[in-house]
Design a protein around this ligand. Structure first.
Ligand SMILES: Cc1ncc(C[n+]2csc(CCOP(=O)(O)OP(=O)(O)O)c2C)c(N)n1
Ligand SMILES: [Mg+2]
Length: 390
């Protein structure tokens, strides 16, 4: 971009400030506003027909990287199917499905290094499993057995947060601590479109920007917060546009395009690791199924709206694209399907056996000294259990 400038004063975003006057015109980088504003359209690198779409700013990941991620995509879909079935069989209490959002789930896990941190929500089971946490340990929470089945420190993965947006502040805290300690850690925090209306979202993004911490916020905009559609959530041009208000770059990406998700998130993570500070990425996707098994979406949206998203499915387009590259054939597909089936079998077998839990633990490990209400409730439960056993 050619602008008129008086001096070569740079800004913190890598470009020079716009100046007016009679000074000579020189070529400078983007202005702060241009740098921070998201693309006019969500970034797409592979369209729903499986064709590559060129993008000057975001390179297409190579075929092997995409094939490895595609495998995780297929396994992720199978996890969603199996978990839904286990809920119907009464083996799990609740399952917020990410069917249709698997490209976001896989990319969020794949772009991180082992020592980075992931902060997921209740809907991000597939991301946590893709990160390498034991699937049975992951489902402990949604089975209703315990607050978390895995050690967050061991896997550098926080417990899946149910209170909306609280995890964003925790993520910023961890990123801030890593920066103070001089560690090379990047933190990736997930949330939904509805969560962007929470005060915690604002506080997290503002703190992250002011303290310039290495955190990437990924909003999975699946167009609904239970029954509340996006248009009642925000009238901003896009959720990614909110970034400029905090002083960080925002980007929008086709959340059903695995290649674009990997490229855009990968770039934001690299930038954070290189000291570039936080970024906000909005993935445009769709919640194909009910909010959870406790929800009846036919009360607030039509099936025809849902069906519009079927041709945009993240798996079919990547299958076409990789098939055209001859990276995917019947043998490879079978191998991937076997791996997915193996994961499903692990989930079925694990959740069909009854866990050995002590209901009284419900009242432990939070307060050193129980409150009077907790003591009362613990006594009630103990009494009920003793009468059941009698
Ligand atoms: C602080 C808080 N308020 C309300 C709720 C109840 N609640 C659970 S999920 C949800 C909708 C969230 O929508 P969104 O952020 O878009 O995520 P999605 O479920 O679509 O992935 C609400 C309101 C909650 N869990 N936490
Ligand atoms: Mg949502």
């Amino acid at each position: 971009m050619s602008i008129s400038t008086g001096s070569s004063a740079g800004n913190q975003y890598g470009g020079s400030m716009k100046r007016t006057g009679q000074d000579r015109s020189i070529d400078v980088g983007p202005t702060a506003e241009e740098y921070m504003l998201p693309s006019a359209q969500p970034v797409q690198l592979v369209d729903p027909q499986g064709e590559h779409v060129h993008n000057d700013r975001y390179p297409l990941p190579d075929g092997d990287e995409l094939l490895a991620a595609y495998r995780k995509l297929v396994i992720g879909r199978r996890i969603n199917e199996q978990a839904n079935a286990l809920v119907r069989q009464g083996r799990m209490a609740v399952y917020p499905s990410s069917h249709g959002q698997e490209a976001c789930q896989v990319a969020a896990a794949v772009v991180l290094e082992k020592d980075d941190w992931l902060f997921p929500t209740y809907r991000d089971t597939v991301a946590v499993i893709t990160r390498g946490v034991d699937p049975l340990e992951v489902l402990t929470l949604l089975r209703g057995d315990w607050h978390s089945g895995y050690d967050p420190h061991e896997h550098k993965t926080a417990t899946q947060a149910t209170p909306l947006a609280t995890q964003l502040l925790h993520a910023v805290g961890v990123a801030h601590a890593a920066k103070l300690r001089g560690e090379n850690t990047v933190v990736l925090a997930l949330c939904g479109d509805g969560a962007t209306s929470e005060g915690d979202f604002h506080e997290a993004l503002n703190f992250a920007a002011v303290f310039h911490v290495p955190v990437v916020f990924l909003v999975q905009n699946n167009e609904y917060a239970i029954s509340v559609p996006l248009k009642h959530q925000s009238v901003a041009p896009s959720l990614a546009h909110k970034a400029i208000g905090y002083g960080m770059p925002g980007e929008r990406v086709d959340g059903n395009d695995l290649a674009a998700m990997l490229s855009v998130l990968g770039k934001a993570v690299d930038r954070a690791r290189d000291g570039g500070g936080p970024a906000l990425v909005e993935a445009h996707t769709y919640r194909m199924q009910a909010h959870t098994n406790a929800d009846d979406p036919s009360r607030y949206r039509s099936q025809s709206d849902v069906e519009k998203w079927v041709p945009r499915d993240p798996i079919t387009r990547m299958r076409t694209y990789l098939g055209n590259l001859n990276l995917l054939n019947a043998d490879v597909e079978r191998d991937i399907a076997d791996a997915a089936e193996q994961t499903a079998t692990t989930l079925r077998d694990g959740l069909n056996s009854d866990p050995d839990i002590n209901p009284a633990d419900l009242f432990e490990y939070v307060y050193t000294e129980k409150t009077s209400q907790l003591r009362e409730q613990a006594a009630l439960l103990a009494d009920e259990l003793s009468r059941e056993g009698a």
